[in-house]
Design a protein around this ligand. Structure first.
Ligand code: SME
Length: 167
């Protein structure tokens, strides 16, 4: 069962992400709705992870990404595949870590405070459903440990959610 008083110890990211994965599994265990689960996933990530100023989802709609549930400042709504960090991750179907957004030529600034970013694709049965995006006000905030752990988090989200069965 999900325990809202859980503390996440990110002094060791492996420990923090293991606690986060367990908490997310419990939080989503009784619900299949992809929007409800995205909302709670974004809220949990934003509450648990240190040094984050945006955490949320973009969903694939044709050849565009459209913003979904998130925590943080209001964000750009539509991002064509191939544009920005999110669109690049969607097109490549691979996680992208950007240690310094000012050096990523096509970065789309939603919150001027963002300095680094990580985006992981949401892929189910070879279909790209969207991306999970996290921003930090500190450059170099994310590394490969974060990318791999967030892929696992995305997998927990996808495993709990039934796309196309909302109605
Ligand atoms: N920076 C992203 C846009 C989304 S916001 O960070 C929420 C990008 O370049 O794709």
């Amino acid at each position: 069962m999900y325990d809202s008083s859980t503390q996440f110890d990110f002094r060791d990211p492996h420990v923090g992400y293991a606690q986060l994965a367990e908490a997310l599994g419990a939080l989503l265990s009784d619900e299949h709705d992809p929007i409800a689960n995205a909302a709670n996933t974004a809220a949990l990530l934003f509450a648990a992870l240190p040094e984050i100023n945006w955490a949320g989802f973009y969903f694939a709609r044709g050849r565009e990404l459209v913003v979904g549930p998130f925590q943080g400042k209001p964000a750009c709504v539509r991002i064509p595949f191939g544009r920005g960090v999110c669109g690049a991750a969607a097109e490549r179907r691979a996680a992208i870590v950007v240690p310094d957004v000012q050096t990523f030529a096509d970065h789309i600034a939603c919150d001027a405070a963002s300095r680094s970013e990580v985006v992981v694709p949401l892929i189910e049965r070879q279909s790209l459903l969207g991306v999970l995006d996290l921003d930090s006000p500190r450059s170099g905030r994310f590394g490969e440990v974060d990318a791999r752990a967030l892929e696992r988090i995305a997998g927990i989200y996808l495993g709990a959610s039934r796309f196309g069965a909302e109605r």
